[in-house]
Design a binder for this molecule. Sequence first.
Ligand code: FAD
Ligand code: GLY
Length: 387
Amino acid sequence: MGKYSEHHSRSPVAVIGGGIIGLATAWQLAKRGADVSLFERHTTGRGASWVAAGMLAPLSEVGFEDEDFLRIGRESLSLYPRFLDELKKDSDSEVVLDTRGTLMIGLDRDDAERLRRLHVFREQLGLPVKWLSGTEAREIEPLISPRTSSAIWIPDDHQVNNQALVDALKIAFEKCGGTLYENRPVSAIQTDNGRATGVLNDDGDVKATSVIVAAGCWSRKLNGIPKELLPPVRPVKGQIITLRSDGTYELSHVVRAPDAYLLPKGDGRVLLGASEEEMGFDTTITAGPIYKLLERGWEAVPSIYDLEVEKIEAGLRPGSRDHDPIVGETSIEGLYYATGHYRHGILLAPITAYEMSGLILDGRSSELFAPFKPGRFVPPGKQSAVS
Ligand code: FAD
Ligand code: GLY
């Protein structure tokens, strides 16, 4: 990896992709005085970041032996209040953090055994989680199934309205002086003598001293640099159902059941998600995964049976080869990646945005991101194969 490129605050920065990661990063850079252009091929914030459920759930989502993710996830969650405060000042719109907590529930003996392992792992790490009987779980969330046999109570896993968030980020970015180009797909990264010099789109080339690829699961589709240097991300399809509650009864917490989760969004929507499918760039809504979600969701919270189905959507998560994010400078000077956030991009937006702005404007990188550098995927001997 080359040393961090020297950056003067008014040197132009080009951001490719206006999802939550590109928007949050571009906003933080513009806020600190950088000359930032953001290129979005359609409308900002309408990719995976729109379809997402909005859970901020490092304690529920940490996998066994995945403590690097846990560290950035918890840190990012702790940054959320500051991030939303800054956003309110810069956008004049309030995005509320829903801190009512999360219940992971089990419905039979098999689930209980699985939950027990998850609980033991979290307890060994000293995480604030509590084992509950089915009765105790129903006291916290009366709408869960009477079959609930056991649960883990995770008060510190929160949620946010991700759609309001991306809309506010767009406003904040422009108010802070950033230049937004919507309906402007970037086709290539431009380089000269081993350094990034700008991007190419339909209007021609745009010069930039720093180029940030934040194009979600499409990040690998860019031309201009050798394929082996592009970030290894693929689309991981997620289908999700929006139910509409008539307000007579509503869930109060995020409920995570085996193979389905339910989120009351505080505005009458109840999200029921999500499938995880390897289907390439296909976003067709299909019967099988939707049938399974409805069945698993209904088993967990039977009263959803009567709710209106408002819509069903599919989004494409940017999954990297090891399912961890890819964040930092590449071996091409001035070229940065902020992608591969997979199932956690809403959670990881604040920490990614602060990391990227610190990296580009101050040459400062946090130790927390050491495991997530782009160079981990590049084959030996190919670190700077660009002219
Ligand atoms: P995207 O939001 O996909 O944005 C990428 C943008 O780049 C798009 O707007 C696209 O149009 C643009 N683009 C692509 N190519 C180009 C180009 N060549 N030029 C210009 N623009 C380009 N995460 C959580 O933390 N919590 C959750 O609860 C959660 N739930 C989810 C539920 C579902 C069903 C799904 C699908 C995902 C969920 N995620 C969740 C994951 C989260 O949505 C993603 O990790 C996150 O949105 C990734 O953000 P992004 O900005 O990288 O990608
Ligand atoms: N993090 C939830 C999802 O990706 O479905």
